[in-house]
Design a protein around this ligand. Structure first.
Ligand code: FMN
Length: 197
């Protein structure tokens, strides 16, 4: 089983990347990690998109195959001006079938006490055509710069978020096993029903 971790920040050395690498270590199956910083360095290449060269838009030939092979995802999303970063939203335009009918855990990241808005945004607007299936539970890493830095937790919030992440990653793994049978059923029909509505 493969779970792919997606870093939703375009910033170099982002806190989202730190959190993503931490949650990757909690997975007990095969893993991969991709950052929108590498996938969309040009931000948006509409000509490539119109030509349906999704791998060119993504700037990574292998990532679509990797997402297609994945059984689930962890989407690590920072809060930027109360939103999910635009490069992460690009991903949901370029990828459709690769994410479809696969469970995903949302982990949001905030420098302060934020982090709710990007969760709401992903739950509201990223699933329609992609058919990504978010777990009902999610995590918010608040005061991210103070969290998940050392081998041992440094305070009670650090302890609590680590315990929560361990639990949520376990939940994602059992969802990912269960969802394999949904895709194997052959009921999903992207030809007759290409869009989610
Ligand atoms: C353009 C920009 C806008 C931001 N807006 C918010 C915000 O609305 N709410 C918030 O809690 N943090 C905000 N932050 C701070 C991020 O939460 C902080 O950078 C945190 O480390 C997560 O982002 P990162 O993964 O890019 O590091 C913003 C950061 C940037 C770069």
């Amino acid at each position: 089983m493969l779970i792919s971790v997606i870093v939703g920040s375009s910033r170099e050395n982002s806190q989202s990347e730190k959190v993503a690498k931490y949650v990757q270590t909690l997975l007990s199956c095969d893993t991969s990690l991709h950052s929108v910083r590498d996938l969309f360095p040009k931000f948006w290449d509409h000509e490539a998109f119109e030509d349906k060269k999704a791998s060119e838009v993504l700037q990574n030939q292998a990532v679509l195959q990797d997402f297609a092979a994945a059984d689930g995802f962890i989407v690590v999303v920072p809060e930027w001006n109360g939103m999910a970063p635009p490069a992460l939203k690009n991903l949901f335009i370029v990828c459709n079938k690769e994410l479809a009918h696969k469970p995903a855990l949302i982990v949001s990241v905030s420098a302060g006490m934020g982090g709710s808005y990007p969760i709401v945004e992903l739950r509201m607007s990223s699933y329609k055509n992609s058919r990504i299936c978010y777990l009902p539970d999610h995590a918010i890493v608040r005061h991210a710069e103070q969290m998940l830095n050392e081998a041992e937790p440094q305070n009670s919030d650090d302890t609590r978020i680590r315990e929560k992440l361990v639990y949520l990653v376990k939940m994602l793994e059992v969802y990912a096993i269960a969802f394999q049978s949904i895709r194997a059923s052959g009921v999903a029909d992207f030809v007759t029903h290409p869009n989610g509505m």
